[in-house]
Design a protein around this ligand. Structure first.
Ligand SMILES: [Zn+2]
Length: 288
């Protein structure tokens, strides 16, 4: 979707599945199964979305999806489906990997940093050879040294080991990547998860990572038990979502299998809902 001289495009890197109980935390199954019906292994199907922002001479990717380095065991365990990939979707829009100038990873779990690297024979190389990779320093350090037992399985060391530190732009807290593109910390899923705000004309497009992975996670209590700091997630939602309502952000839902983006609205005092922005989903392939 074009906003003045900024082109913002949601890109799909296929789907995967996670345990529904993990995805919805304390919310009882009788409630969440109506929103996302689980399969016979109790998993719910989730999209893997990234965001492409083209402005001036910068081609920016927010998150890099799940990549193509998974083992067969992994593909079975997480029911990875890739009827299309991030690379194919970039190609359809005439973006070559070498054209990408910046990759902003919201955090470094395998479903957000998968295409940071690709295999070249036995070696791992950056998938975007000319890009700078942006992460919170704390998240990068966690991925290298301090991953907890709780989320160790969510890190795939192959996604970043070959990237020597000079390629990384490691930031702490809020940061302006360039005029119109800002990093916004959204702690909770991990302490160092970050979102991205893209300001284009009078619109703000927000990619909030796993703070609200789907439309179903907009209500304050709907928080994944995968989150390392769920009470912090709640505090972040309390801080950020009223701002999203007030400033009419177009929020991209990184894991929602059906709704690509929407505006968050206050339906009644303290009760939030979503109005999908259909135009923003134009050109996004659908695989029911
Ligand atoms: Zn995720």
């Amino acid at each position: 979707m074009r906003f003045g001289d900024v082109e913002i495009t949601p890109l799909l890197d296929g789907y995967f599945r996670l345990d529904g109980g993990g995805m919805f935390g304390v919310v009882p199954r009788v409630l969440w199964e109506k929103k996302l019906p689980p399969d016979e292994r109790n998993r719910v199907r989730l999209a893997v979305r990234c965001l492409l922002v083209r402005t001036g001479n910068r081609t920016v990717l927010v998150d890099s999806g799940q990549g193509n380095k998974q083992s067969e065991k992994f593909i079975d365990r997480f029911a990875v489906e890739q009827p299309t990939t991030l690379m194919e979707e970039l190609g359809k829009r005439n973006v070559r990997p070498e054209d990408v100038t910046d990759v902003i990873n919201c955090h470094l779990h395998f479903d957000h940093a998968g295409w940071n690297t690709v295999r070249d024979g036995n070696r791992l190389v950056p998938a975007f050879p000319n890009a700078r990779y942006w992460s919170q320093r704390g998240e990068w350090e966690r991925s290298q040294h301090y991953a907890t037992e709780k989320d160790q399985a969510s890190f795939s060391p192959e996604d970043y080991l070959p990237l020597e530190e000079p390629r990384w732009e490691l930031v702490a807290g809020e940061h302006r990547v360039m005029p119109g593109i800002e990093i916004l910390p959204v702690p909770g899923h991990s302490l160092y998860t970050q979102g991205v705000l893209v300001r284009a004309g009078d619109q703000t497009v927000a990619f909030l990572g796993d703070l609200i992975p789907s439309t179903h996670h907009v209500p304050y209590a709907w928080i994944a038990s995968f989150d390392l700091h769920p009470v912090e997630t709640l505090a972040t939602k309390r801080r950020i979502l009223p701002r999203a309502v007030k400033e009419k952000w177009i929020v991209v839902f990184d894991h929602d299998p059906d709704v690509v983006a929407g505006r968050i609205v206050e339906q009644s005092p303290g009760v939030l809902g979503v109005v999908p922005v259909e135009e923003f989903a134009e050109g996004v392939p659908r695989h029911p």
